[in-house]
Design a protein around this ligand. Sequence first.
Ligand code: C2E
Ligand code: MG
Ligand code: MG
Ligand code: MG
Length: 276
Amino acid sequence: KAKADGKGTFRRFDPMLDARVQARRSLEADLRRAITVQEFELHYQPLVDARTGRITAAEALVRWRHPERGLVPPADFIPLAEETGLIGPLGQWVLRTACTQAARWPSHIRVAVNLSPAQFRDLRLAETVKAALTASGLAADRLELEITEGVLLADEERTLATLTRLRAAGVSISMDDFGTGYSSLSYLRRFPFDKIKVDRSFVRQLPGDPESAAIVRAIITMGACLGMTITVEGVETAEQFAFTAASGCDQVQGYHVSRPLPEAEFLSFVDAREAA
Ligand code: C2E
Ligand code: MG
Ligand code: MG
Ligand code: MG
């Protein structure tokens, strides 16, 4: 049985590895198929102004509407998409769809799109983004691109050039999951971010934990001094909301305001909130 398919004799010794390799291959084939038939949807999570409570933006979060597995979260397929290069076409679909949908929203609501490191290494990124804006009619100042430190680890000069071109096109750049990497601070000095999104790991123990409270306050102060907008992510409770708003952050995002919603539900949520 082991040699039947003639691929790698190591399989004979590690049936577990064999199972993993098979599972990965079938997931990859499935993902490739899903991209062709566009089996994905975007859910939107509101970002609210910490002072007024108004919705100012929404983050697009991709889900895979799988025929057998149901709604699959991004953590279960984005890493594989990155490894296999499938993030190219998938990321393109996310960008185009988010811009097209946001173009129909009330014009004070911006849309934030996550970019993976692999997308950022593509030298055509700025052109791809501009093409998505043109095709959708979305104004450039309504698009925010979220990147993590993983993006910046690669070729620094190239990254800076791409960031600069995106900025020149009128798009804003957010540093996502701030504080989770090894050199968050040095990146802030070298790259012109418009926004910092404080990672939810710092929020989890608020407001009771003095260390978390001090760190969140310090990041907010630092961001303000650098002229960057500060969003706090992962705000789940009324107490966390009150603490972060009182600390002077600009925007709040988290389950306390809303979970990510399908577009139609997101738009109803906006209407209900504006009416209130
Ligand atoms: P992220 O960009 O940091 O997105 C925030 C994640 O935190 C989302 O998970 C969101 O549902 C979750 N979240 C929001 N508020 C709360 C809260 O109050 N408590 C808790 N516990 N979680 C909260 P999701 O949708 O599963 O996405 C996970 C990650 O997958 C995202 O993290 C992002 O890195 C990646 N991702 C999502 N969509 C895309 C995409 O279109 N392209 C790329 N490249 N990555 C994506
Ligand atoms: Mg994000
Ligand atoms: Mg984040
Ligand atoms: Mg995250």
